[in-house]
Design a protein around this ligand. Structure first.
Ligand code: URP
Ligand code: ZN
Ligand code: ZN
Length: 471
């Protein structure tokens, strides 16, 4: 099957020119002006942007958390992602305490076998326990399976939080195996004390989620993780940075040339703490962690994206239905499952409020949502760019298409949207994964199973050949 995408504005992290893309057998075969080549299918991209498919390195599909399971499986979650222009995601394969890492992985392979993805999928391993099931020896073998990132939680005490010993030993292992360490950076011990006091004092409304997780607790943990990773000699990626307190230590490390990277998520750029402060249980929709911050942090986040202190925008899509799942344990803020949705609207929001409003160049938009993710997570240059030999994961983006974001029209199973009612200009027209059209004219034309598991390269290594294992 061959596809010729004609006359679009081809934008990668580095380039921006009008031309044609010829796709053959799933990969980009040729780029040029007015290509004279026969194709099975021609897509007229005049007036459109032709960009690399976005990659989301932070999702939680069909994950048991907070007493319930996120309401998108790998079919609905990847479908929703596809409608927003995302063609690969990397989900967290969480180790249930007591399980070995191979057992944890096996369970996630079963998930993508049962609920087949429509876009490509990779896994990070979520390390929760090195005492009863998980061993460093098993952890060291995972990069050979294409699982080349280890994620640890420095918060959620009594659930998935690890101690500094586990964190540091995992970092040491990563420095030997070439894996990237990812951290949820908050001081879980301090937060636990603050939460217990607030609840004892009778403060249970959703706004107390933010009041009990002050930005300093994120800043402290970010700095601790950075320093420990530096001692261990491991590359570090700090997930969902929400505030200046966490940006500052990342800026320090990057100035020193350390292998430290930070992502923020769409919601931290647009939703502030006041969303939690609504009557009744409404604010529980915004109980995700770290919490939405006071508005002034948003300008710091935009500045950090501009200055390359933060270099990825992900979604942390962790959807629970409201009120049934959010309220499953009761309405006190400390028992509400933590997580918010957003897998579909990352590019919509960043294009409209970033590119159109002059905060991001188009190249930077592509870099933040695709190219840098591919580079850090062992997918580049197979993914994250449009170049001869790369996978034809391509979005034909209509910069003038209008959309009102809403839970009524999004494709996730979740029944609310953090950006409900926001009017944006710019949306995907056609989405291709490895040369197959999966979304076109607002219709899903892919069959579940169009996506494949991707074995990723180690940190700093390139992924050249296509070696996907069928999902
Ligand atoms: O509240 C959130 N973010 N839930 C998902 C788990 C995590 O911390 O990323
Ligand atoms: Zn987290
Ligand atoms: Zn997360």
């Amino acid at each position: 099957m061959s596809v010729l995408i004609k006359g679009g504005r081809i934008v990668t992290a580095a380039d921006d020119y009008v031309g044609d893309v010829f796709v053959d057998n799933g990969t980009v075969a040729m780029l040029g002006q007015s290509l004279d080549v026969a194709a099975d299918r021609t897509i007229d991209a005049t007036g459109k942007y032709v960009i690399p498919g976005a990659i989301d390195p932070h999702t939680h599909l069909e994950m048991f958390f907070g007493g319930t399971t996120t309401c998108d499986d790998f079919t609905s979650g990847t479908t929703s992602a596809a409608f927003g222009g995302t063609t690969t995601l990397i989900d967290f394969c969480m180790q249930t305490p007591g399980d070995t890492f191979p057992q944890a992985l096996e369970k996630y392979f079963e998930k993508i076998e049962r609920a087949k993805p429509v876009i490509d999928v990779g896994f990070h391993i979520g390390v929760t326990d090195l005492h009863t099931g998980g061993t460093l020896e098993d952890l060291a073998k995972l990069p050979d399976e294409g699982v080349t990132s280890y994620k640890l939680f420095m918060a959620y005490k009594g659930a998935v939080m690890v101690d500094d010993e586990t964190l540091f030993k995992t970092m040491q292992t990563a420095s030997e195996t070439g894996a990237l360490v990812m951290v949820h950076a908050e001081n879980g011990d301090a937060i636990d004390i603050i939460v217990k006091k607030a609840v004892a004092d009778g403060h249970t409304e959703p706004i107390w989620h933010a009041r009990t997780r002050p930005p300093e607790t994120e800043g402290e943990a970010t700095n601790r993780a950075i320093q420990l990773a530096h001692v261990a000699g491991a590359p570090l990626y700090v997930v969902h940075v929400s505030c200046k307190d966490s940006i500052d230590p990342i800026a320090y490390a990057r100035e020193k040339g350390w292998n430290t990277y930070g992502e923020t998520c769409t919601q931290y750029l647009f939703v502030d703490e006041s969303a939690l402060d609504q009557p009744g249980f409404e604010g529980a929709k915004y109980i995700y962690t770290p919490p939405p911050r006071p508005k002034e942090h948003q300008e710091h986040l935009w500045h950090a994206l501009h200055a390359d202190v933060l270099s990825v925008v992900s979604t942390d899509h962790c959807p629970f239905k409201w009120p049934e799942q959010k309220g499953i344990n009761g309405e006190a803020f400390n028992v509400v499952p933590n997580g918010g949705p957003g897998i579909e609207n990352r590019l919509h929001m960043l294009h409209h409020f970033g590119v159109r409003e002059g905060r991001l160049t188009l190249n930077r938009f592509v870099e933040l949502t695709s190219t840098n993710v591919a580079k850090y997570f062992g997918l580049y240059p197979r993914k994250g760019t449009i170049a001869p030999g790369s996978d034809a994961d391509i979005v034909v983006w209509d910069p003038e298409k209008r959309l009102t974001i809403s839970a009524q029209t999004h494709h996730s199973n979740v029944n609310y949207n953090l950006f409900e009612g926001t009017e944006v200009v710019g949306a995907p027209d056609v989405v291709l994964v490895r040369g197959q059209v999966i979304v076109e004219s607002d219709e899903l034309v892919a069959q579940p199973g169009a996506g494949q598991f991707v074995k990723r390269a180690r940190f700093g290594e390139e992924l050249l050949a296509r070696e996907a294992v069928p999902a």
